[in-house]
Design a protein around this ligand. Sequence first.
Ligand SMILES: [Zn+2]
Length: 406
Amino acid sequence: MLQSSLFMRHLVRVALKECDDVRIRREQALTACCLAVAAETDTGLETARRAAMLMDCLGALRAAHAPGRALQLGMGEFRQGLRAPLAPLLPPPGDVDDQFGELRLMDGAGLVRDALEDLCREHLVPQAALDRHWPWARVRAEQEERRLFEVMRRLEPEEYREARALLAECPAGPLRVLRKRWDRLWMRFDFFEAVSDWPWCQLEGWWYPCPKCRWPMRVVETGQEVEVRCEAHRARGVHYRLSLERGGRGVAPTLVGTGRASEPVVGLPASVDHLALSRPVWRYGVLPTLLEIELRDRLKAQAHVRVEMWPGELRPDEYDLRITVAVPGRRVRTWRVDAKDWASAAALAKALLEREPKPYALCIVVPDHQGHEVAYLKARLTGRRTKVLTLTRLVEQVKRAARGVR
Ligand SMILES: [Zn+2]
């Protein structure tokens, strides 16, 4: 009896180890594909350098496949494969459900998909061959998210709340404005970079803040057309095209809104004294903070509902929001909420699984446009006292509770 249960445990361990092995191999393969797409679509690269990078990526991709199942793939097929769903390029998934197979890294026009850099950072598996070319890929998303929250953790609770609000209100702009607004936090918050170092957001020497998150929007040129869009808010209708009417010298080119949320925007000079929060701080600091603020605002006028921002019972960064519904004569209901806006649901699930479980039930809120990933996240987080839902679903749930509906 003991023998057989030991044997069973051994089998389970072997199966788990195999699963981990496949997971890592698939992440390695995804990293190689992301970096290959970045090289493939970087118009500033010399041909010889691009070819060398693609060779490195193909080498890394081949190495990610198990020895007995070598990938028979030439350079031409590899480049073709990058333009389609990734499944044929990746090691077989076995029991691993990471949804990488359906991922498309390029769109129909051969352009790199938005948030590719975040996706790569979230799944990054360090590979010496690739590291040489891609300094931005060296830091994993979780490490960068942790560094941000380490800095935040050292702040006094009052300063912490101030910093969170500033993340949402002041993520980019002229140096003198930022310095004034961030004031006493300025020296401790060394996450700003010069917009002039970011070619991807520049249009003839100008950059455009997104009307929703105020961070630089991406400039995408396809043939004659130029599209300017926020990588996070394009799905919510934040995109523009370049106007055919040209302004004079020293005037930013005019953008024409093409989406339902394309409020008028004005270009700012992409000079060394215009700064923006680093990309990881935008993704893992600014975007979730905006979700939290939206959640608070949508529940503000609701009777019997109380929303506290960054309340944390022990520390203000413990979780993001506490929502309490107290309808007279009914049991008080509480939601402890963490907002997350990751490019990859698989990487988010992994990061959440690596955390210590909390002593209370936690609600993970994701943006509405990630609604199709909720079921996957729920399945990965089974048994963790963690609920996952979109912002709108949570608002509906709280409002129902406030009306006394069970
Ligand atoms: Zn935005």
